[in-house]
Write a protein that binds this ligand. Sequence first.
Ligand SMILES: Cc1cc2nc3c(=O)[nH]c(=O)nc-3n(C[C@H](O)[C@H](O)[C@H](O)COP(=O)(O)OP(=O)(O)OC[C@H]3O[C@@H](n4cnc5c(N)ncnc54)[C@H](O)[C@@H]3O)c2cc1C
Length: 381
Amino acid sequence: MMSTGNFSYWERTAFIDNADVIVIGSGIVGLSAALHLKTRQPKLKVLVLERGFLPSGASTKNAGFACFGTASEQLQALKHTPDQEVARLANYKWRGLQRLRQNLGDENIDYHQHGGYELFMEGENAGANEAIAHIERLNNLLKPAIDGHDIYAVADAKIADFGFDGVGHMIYNPFEGQIHTGKMMRALLNKCYQKDVLVLNGCEITAIDNEAGHIHLTSPQGNFKAKKVIMATNAFAKQLYPHLQVVPGRGQVLVTKPIAGLKLKGTYHFNEGYYYFRNIDGRVLFGGGRNIDFAAEETPEFGHTDAVKQKLTDYLHNMILPRQDAEIDYWWSGIMGFGEELSPIVKQVEPNIFCAVRCNGMGVAMGSLVGEEVAELAISF
Ligand SMILES: Cc1cc2nc3c(=O)[nH]c(=O)nc-3n(C[C@H](O)[C@H](O)[C@H](O)COP(=O)(O)OP(=O)(O)OC[C@H]3O[C@@H](n4cnc5c(N)ncnc54)[C@H](O)[C@@H]3O)c2cc1C
């Protein structure tokens, strides 16, 4: 129920009042949670409240890699995480991607499995040697997680095909794919609408109060009431629950103008995954560089820094597209939610209030399952 505003009887009864579950945040996790609630219990009234005109976090700002980790990322994780946990997470991402494709359909999200490549620069032999030496170990560990496939293989012979400069080694993973992130989120929204989920934009929740069996939500548009609330606000989770261990991390991204005769095709990572690029519509999307200044990028604010823009521009012209007149057409940034542990936080934070946050920059892969998990949790109470 809204306590303020000039809302008509019609608006209150058709749009605003009597939600069984309110989901805060319309990113991939929030919408997947809403979708799963309606799939499991079609009669539930589910309302999604989003602060932005569009989703305003990571889900419409990402790179659209359907990936589950480079060899170096897996090795890095193995330094502080038990083997079985690393394998479990790879399997979780793998299953999450299958679920995303199943839910929305490959055509609707522009899914293409062109494979993924990890690049090592000439002179970065230590990292390359370590990753290459551990390929067999990683394949053995992760094979059961990815339906019995060997994942990683050295692919140095293909470096020349892509026209890169300064790349010394390359590891190929044929099971990685790419999507059109915008189309994916529209398809997910459409699926939610089909199931009669209502999504209201421009509605930022500023406070949550749990009183007398109902949850009250405050927003500049007025106050809402629901029996249960799912908080899917990811990097912004601390704004409502300061104790949640979620640290924001900004990612800066560019897309070039179309490039005649573009050779690269697939998803590419380098520098332990801190840089990533891919083809999209005959252009190159390139992002990363958070590691240049972690403190500056640990922010919930969108924006750019000269240092990151400069570094991305240098790599683009000198390594990815050398000797080509690549022009940059778009710049944007998105905010991820990170934590020391690699798994997301899916739990009850108060009676009848649940959260699903912190996909650690891997929410395209994980988000569908994280949403499902929190929906199941909310239903079970
Ligand atoms: C640059 C970049 C590149 C990435 N590349 C990839 C990739 O290639 N592959 C991959 O798997 N993952 C990638 N990710 C990560 C992925 O996008 C995220 O993990 C995923 O989108 C997280 O989804 P979410 O729903 O948890 O969060 P979000 O999409 O951030 O959604 C949270 C929503 O909550 C809303 N919100 C916040 N506070 C409030 C409030 N108080 N009231 C109402 N609404 C609120 C926000 O506006 C936002 O829309 C990337 C992320 C970025 C930023």
